[in-house]
Design a protein around this ligand. Sequence first.
Ligand code: TA6
Length: 298
Amino acid sequence: MSHNIEQLQRHEIPNRVRFVPGNGDLTKTVVTTNTSAAEIYLHGSHVTGFQKNGESPLLFMSDKSLFAPGKAIRGGVPICFPWFGSREGLPAHGFARVMAWELVATTALPDGGVCVRFRLPENAGGANAFLGKVDFIVTVNDALTMELHVTNPVAEPLIFEECLHAYFSVGDINDIAITGLKGAHYLDKTDNNARKLETGDAIKIVSETDRVYLDTTGAVEIHDAKLRRIIRVEKGGSASTVVWNPWIAKARAMADFGDEEFRGMVCVEAGNVGQNQITLASGKSSALKVKLSSPPLK
Ligand code: TA6
């Protein structure tokens, strides 16, 4: 579905929200507040940028990303839904991130922030149609808050996985430490999904890292010594946290990712995947919430 920019422009808010043709002629929402800026494509309801005024971008975007219907954008915050990971003959990480979402509303907030609500088209997913109602709400101020709301309108329970697969921009992958996961168990996807216990106060990335931490609800922090900042990932309604860096070989193997880009990014993803998948009873709703902030590293 291509978006009618003229119709979208009725939702524009002077000096706060505008809709413009973005990369690949996909429609982009440009949000400006007194303290920050953000960009969200209607394709995948995909946040591709967030930056506090005077700071370097918080989110990583690959210079090689595709911007095309049916293709995932590489970087920012892909919405993995209604499944996580690969499925034979189906799009990896679900279909939500590779299809056009609809705009529901734009709101200027009293604190100078902006809220934008998107909706997954009804019965999205063709043969694998998801029967729930899915909204994605982005709130921009000096933090970036994202919420994935799912409501079950049918008589049967809905079972799904969900993950806000955030790519963060870091000064140097060798100079970061990730805290907040000590004591959690994880599946190590670089070691045949072996179940392991996180024993370190801080996780350093020194090789390909692909870990699904389970039954963990706490905040995670990326301490970036080079950019002198902490990226704080607070979450609600989430029992899983995924940590990923492709490192050298995987970076080279991805056509939509620069060979050296692994040095400036790390993914810390909040969701409900694997054994933490959601079973949503008829008539019930769920909310996956992530708040990103970036205090200075003292
Ligand atoms: O979240 C980590 C992960 O599942 C990795 O295994 C890797 O596949 C990454 O997601 C990127 O997946 P994508 O389908 O976007 O290339």
